[in-house]
Design a binder for this molecule. Structure first.
Ligand SMILES: [Zn+2]
Length: 189
């Protein structure tokens, strides 16, 4: 594979610009890729990024998970990693593979294990009526940066947990304490 190609892309998880080595790379780092995967499994999102990517067929995660082995293509699409990263993982025996004919398949469990991060406890938000202080809130854009979550992921979370949104001027706000229940702020490296 040519290493002369340098493509500037936006990480589909943290929205930061990064230099991609292939046109298929969607995340700036394995960390973002992991966080994205965690979100997909936790909220059963089919695939946030694939929906936005032309020509890539949607993968039903529930169906995929039931398979013991995944094709190289499925791994690349589903975990949002580059082929190169995947082959590196295979070479290092980070994942288990089987060979069927000339094609290699990756054990679902073994690759999944690499992407699962310790899960926070799911706590329900308090529903008591309250006075909203905008200083305790953040805009959708701020929340994305602060928690390292994609816009799609954030809206999904808001919808799923009925997190209240407020509009002031032209901005939409959410309370940080509502998001803190589900998200951890990222350390900005
Ligand atoms: Zn990123």
């Amino acid at each position: 594979m040519s290493s002369n190609i340098r493509i500037t892309r936006i990480c589909q998880f943290c929205s930061q610009e990064f230099t991609a080595k292939t046109t298929k790379t969607k995340f700036c780092s394995l960390k973002c890729s992991s966080k994205n995967y965690k979100l997909i499994t936790r909220h059963n999102i089919v695939d946030v990024s694939n929906k936005e990517t032309e020509g890539i067929r949607l993968l039903d995660f529930e169906a995929v998970k039931k398979r013991d082995y995944l094709s190289i293509n499925n791994c690349v699409q589903f975990f949002g990693i580059s082929r190169r990263t995947l082959y590196r993982m295979i070479t290092r025996n980070d994942v288990e593979t089987v060979k069927l004919g000339r094609r290699k398949f990756v054990s679902t469990k073994s690759i999944e294990a690499l992407f699962v991060i310790n899960e926070p406890v799911d706590v329900k938000p308090a529903q008591e009526p309250q006075i909203i202080d905008l200083n305790e809130c953040c805009t959708i854009t701020q929340a994305q940066a602060f928690y390292g979550i994609s816009q799609t992921g954030l809206y999904f979370l808001i919808k799923k947990h009925s997190i209240r949104k407020f509009t002031s001027g032209k901005f939409t706000y959410v309370q940080r304490k509502d998001l803190d229940i589900y998200l951890k702020s990222i350390d900005h490296e």
